[in-house]
Design a protein around this ligand. Structure first.
Ligand code: CTP
Length: 402
């Protein structure tokens, strides 16, 4: 049941708009409160009156109309729901979302909201496979929009192909699954580390690595979506901090070590996605080092191994480590599980196309101390993060049973 949920259904202008009626009706039968926002094109396919009657609530589509009560309508609509479902989502609306265009009430709501968005695309298969549409979908996935379908099959234009909207029952099931999934970590305290630490050489130079922070930020976001209280201890990155996540900014491995230990006693889960520099210069030159024409030697001293230390001090926390390898992935990863006393290890071969640093996608294997292993195919980092959250929720559940 969806009794305590408000769902904003965005209906855009494609022939599948007629199926929005069934979606709204099914959501209502599950006791959800439904708000409906249509594009003007959608009102040509199905009348607002039909949807208003099924939703048992006013339907909105006019950005400039006289509001029924005084508020800035697109902002109020953007803030209220627990979830926004766009069904059908046309190629045109997806393109506007990707570009941040707000030229009607629905796209304005979508630009103004920080609520989760599910989209059920519906379009002709040529439009679906067009590189512009594919790029827009990839970008939106990276920004956390979740997609339901599309399906393949008969299309209203008389052809067969990808781009058919999923059936209303499946779309509503995906909405329900979303809400079941997200309560998994409610109230749990999670520390996530991300980014590549920077180890100063002198006032203008530092040693670092290729980490972009994408994987760690995606994990923080997925943890938050699942209801956790998330602190993100991050080395410098260019990534936006996910909504609802507390950022603790650090620069060096030693600073990260101190912050992680500070939060450790209270944490239920620690995910160490950061690429921590194993070494730092033994001293930081006070002034910029001048070139002399001679060879320059840097002496490096070991940094603390944060994860190893956490593994030693572990009481009830779930520890999740990462292993970025360039050879013997699984054997190296298995050795790290034991050495660092982790409950789950995410291993990736950073030399693979579509995996590792700077890539929006990753290919990982999830390894458990008992030898179980799950190989995950190439997926966006946020999709991998959501899979990890489910695995971690599973470990927590097992622990609670003990
Ligand atoms: N890690 C850490 N502190 C370090 C180095 C690594 O906490 N000083 C953590 C990373 O955040 C990651 C895991 O340990 O979760 C594995 O990191 P990786 O660089 O793959 O392994 P290393 O421990 O550095 O081992 P090696 O250099 O032998 O590959």
């Amino acid at each position: 049941m969806l009794s305590d949920k408000t769902i904003l259904v965005g209906v855009t202008g494609g022939i599948a708009a007629y199926k929005a009626a069934e979606i709204i009706s099914r959501l209502r039968k599950l006791n959800a409160e439904v708000q409906v926002v249509m594009t003007e094109a959608a009102t040509r396919y199905i009348t607002p009156l039909t949807l208003r009657t099924l939703a048992a609530a006013p339907v909105y589509w006019d950005l400039f109309g006289e509001p029924k009560t005084w508020n800035v309508e697109h902002i109020a609509l953007a803030q209220r729901p627990d979830l926004i479902l766009i069904a059908p989502a046309t190629a045109n609306t997806l393109a506007k979302m990707a570009a941040g265009i707000a030229d009607n009430l629905l796209t304005s709501v979508l630009l103004a909201t920080d609520k989760p968005i599910l989209a059920a695309p519906a379009m002709n298969h040529h439009m679906y496979h067009h590189p512009a549409t594919q790029a827009n979908i990839a970008l939106l996935k990276e920004r956390s929009v979740q997609f339901i379908g599309p399906d393949s099959g008969y299309q209203a234009c008389g052809t067969d192909g990808d781009g058919r909207m999923k059936e209303p029952a499946e779309i509503v099931a995906a909405v329900q699954a979303y809400f079941t999934g997200i309560s998994e970590l409610r109230g749990k305290k999670v520390l996530v580390t991300a980014g590549g630490t920077q180890e100063a050489i002198d006032p203008v130079r530092y040693l670092t690595n290729r980490s972009s922070g994408r994987m760690g930020y995606a994990i923080a976001q997925a943890m938050r979506e699942a209801g956790a209280e998330v602190s993100l201890i991050s080395a410098p990155t260019h990534r936006p901090v996910p909504a609802g996540v507390k950022l603790i900014a650090v620069t060096t491995a030693v600073e990260m070590y101190e912050e992680v230990l500070r939060g450790y006693a209270d944490a239920d889960v620690v995910v160490k996605a950061a690429a921590v520099a194993d070494y730092r210069p033994d001293r930081i030159a006070a002034q910029k080092i001048k070139k002399t024409g001679e060879n320059l030697q840097l002496d490096l001293i070991p940094n603390p191994d944060i994860l190893l230390e956490l593994g030693k001090r572990k009481t009830r926390q779930i520890l999740v480590g990462f292993a970025a390898e360039t050879e013997d992935l699984i054997a190296q990863a298995q050795a790290k599980i034991r050495r660092k006393n982790v409950d789950l290890l995410v291993a990736n071969d950073v030399t693979q196309e579509g995996a590792g640093f700077e890539s929006p996608t990753n290919i990982v294997s999830i390894l458990y101390p008992d030898g179980r292993r799950k190989d995950i195919p190439r997926l966006s980092k946020i999709e991998i993060a959501r899979i990890l959250v489910r695995e971690i929720a599973g470990i927590l559940e097992e622990k609670q049973k003990e």
